[in-house]
Design a protein around this ligand. Structure first.
Ligand SMILES: [Mg+2]
Length: 186
């Protein structure tokens, strides 16, 4: 009984915390959560920077990894990107645990080709630095270099239906940013 009372108190506390959330403090929580969940899913920012390097190397012969990484950081600082990350990763992990209803569960677990919502969510990231992001996204999605190849391995028992598109989209957006900045510097 005592245990139940404690649970009740915790629930009330939790509710109060949620009710007291303002835009400012959720902003911080959303960014921290997005970064942590990427890490938990085995993605390092270096993995994404590698993809940016892959996309931009031929246009910028002197391209440095630190420039790629810097642009990935800038993309990750955007709220719409963080929102897409936590939404997609959460759906992937729920699918992995079997905690979604059918027919959604099977569609996510099998990464069904006709589902398509994973790509639509990724477009909200691709868009943040203009339309050249779309070209980069299409290209990287087709080539699947580096970490994307790993995420696409269907035998791992993990569900990365959303994550592969999200990572490709972050790299595409970071590439667009890098390209725009290089153009501005000319
Ligand atoms: Mg996908």
């Amino acid at each position: 009984m005592q245990h139940k009372g404690k649970e009740q108190k915790n629930l009330v506390k939790k509710k109060e915390k949620v009710n007291n959330m303002t835009f400012e403090n959720t902003t911080d929580i959303v960014e921290k959560t997005a970064r942590q969940w990427l890490k938990d899913r085995g993605i390092s920012l270096m993995d994404i920077a590698d993809l940016v390097y892959f996309l931009q190397k031929r246009y910028h012969p002197d391209l440095k990894m630190e420039t790629c990484l810097y642009n990935v950081e800038k993309v990750l600082a955007k709220r719409e990107v963080q929102n897409a990350i936590i939404t997609g990763i959460h759906l992937d992990t729920l699918a992995e645990k079997g905690q979604l209803e059918e027919p959604l569960l099977t569609m996510l677990r099998t990464d069904e080709g006709l589902y398509g919502v994973d790509e639509v969510l990724a477009f909200s990231i691709v868009n943040v630095y203009g339309s050249i992001g779309f070209t980069n996204y299409g290209y990287i999605d087709k080539m699947k270099p580096g970490i994307l190849k790993k995420l696409n391995n269907k035998t791992s028992g993990r569900c990365h239906t959303f994550l592969d598109d999200i990572i490709g989209a972050i790299a595409a957006a970071a590439s667009s940013r890098l390209a725009h900045q290089a153009k501005d510097a000319e």
